[in-house]
Design a protein around this ligand. Structure first.
Ligand code: MN
Ligand code: MN
Length: 312
């Protein structure tokens, strides 16, 4: 080694903040995996700020070392990963933003690349599911979230918001109704009807308490048995984590999963036919130490690692 060299490629504080120091490439093509940001928070019902999520996650991702010891892969070496920057958002227009998001996602998928999307708020899963379902057909979905997001209308007269994406996706037949699993649901609701309505929409809802009572390995086994052989899309709302681990989010709910339990559950998806991921609801204004974005960057790294496992 010469003076100034280190045993890893980059210092965390060097360079322009792309995901994991991977090259910026705005035009699709020539990549195995593309990272895309959607800096949008136009419909959030709680505290806003997720428009700043992609930038903050990228900054924390510069701290990633590169080798995943649990899964024994080095995704930045095993895969050609590029950061395509951000979708053009239209802050006052959720429909136009969703259209731009769907078009950007579709062009990445058409190029033969897998897509990992960084939000932004949870409404963006709808256009992402549209793009993935257009390629793969109706999708099984694993949703990590404190909230079901299956309301018909969160705001009367408005069909699209971060509380409704999965109701719309079911209506549009983007989701296989026999393969929709929710993990980490919890917290007080307006009434008992909220969960009753949600359970009517999903195949299997596991609350945080049910996950802990059942045990993470048994939950993983159930998911593996239920979703084996199906195309699986994974959506992770960072509020699935307890606010002790992820305070930087708009609608925090106490009593959530630890960061380690989340990592174990995500790694437990290895072996499924994984077609896409999104990670949403990181709100940097409520994340003074960057710990939420750091967890988000590491979870996105686990997604990447699962794709590296899949490619070997
Ligand atoms: Mn949520
Ligand atoms: Mn959500």
């Amino acid at each position: 080694m010469t003076v100034g060299e280190t045993s890893f490629a980059h210092q965390p504080f060097e360079g322009i903040a792309t995901f994991g120091h991977q090259p910026f490439k705005s035009e699709p093509g020539g990549a195995d995996v593309t990272i895309l940001g959607v800096p949008f928070d136009g419909t959030v019902s709680g505290r806003s700020g997720t428009r700043l999520g992609p930038r903050s996650i990228r900054e924390q991702s510069m701290c990633l070392w590169g080798y995943n010891n649990a899964l024994q892969v080095a995704p930045f070496k095993d895969l050609k990963v590029v950061d395509a920057g951000d979708v053009r958002v239209v802050p006052p227009d959720v429909v136009a933003t969703h259209r731009n998001c769907e078009l950007a996602a579709a062009s990445v998928l058409e190029s033969g690349s897998r897509l990992i999307t960084l939000g932004g708020e949870h409404s963006i899963s709808l256009p992402l599911l549209r793009a993935h379902a257009a390629k793969y057909g109706p999708l099984s979905v694993v949703q990590f979230d404190a909230h079901p997001d299956t309301w018909d209308q969160e705001y009367v007269g408005h069909r699209f918001s971060h509380g409704t994406p999965f109701r719309r996706a079911l209506e549009e037949e983007l989701i296989d109704p026999d393969g929709f699993v929710q993990l980490g649901i919890r917290g007080p609701t307006g009434s008992a009807q909220d969960y009753a309505d949600a359970r009517d929409c999903v195949t299997r809802m596991l609350t945080t308490d049910e996950i802990i009572d059942t045990g993470v390995p048994a939950v993983i086994e159930e998911i593996q048995n239920r979703l084996a052989g199906r195309p699986v899309y994974v959506t992770l709302d960072i509020d699935a984590a307890d606010p002790a681990f992820a305070p930087g989010t708009g609608t925090p709910e106490v009593g959530g999963l630890t960061s380690r339990e989340l990592l174990q559950l995500v790694r437990g998806l290895a072996g499924l036919q994984l077609v896409g991921f999104d990670l949403v609801e990181v709100s940097p204004p409520y994340d003074p130490s960057g710990i939420t974005a750091l967890l988000a960057a590491n979870l996105a790294f686990e997604f990447l690692s699962l794709l590296a496992v899949q490619s070997t």
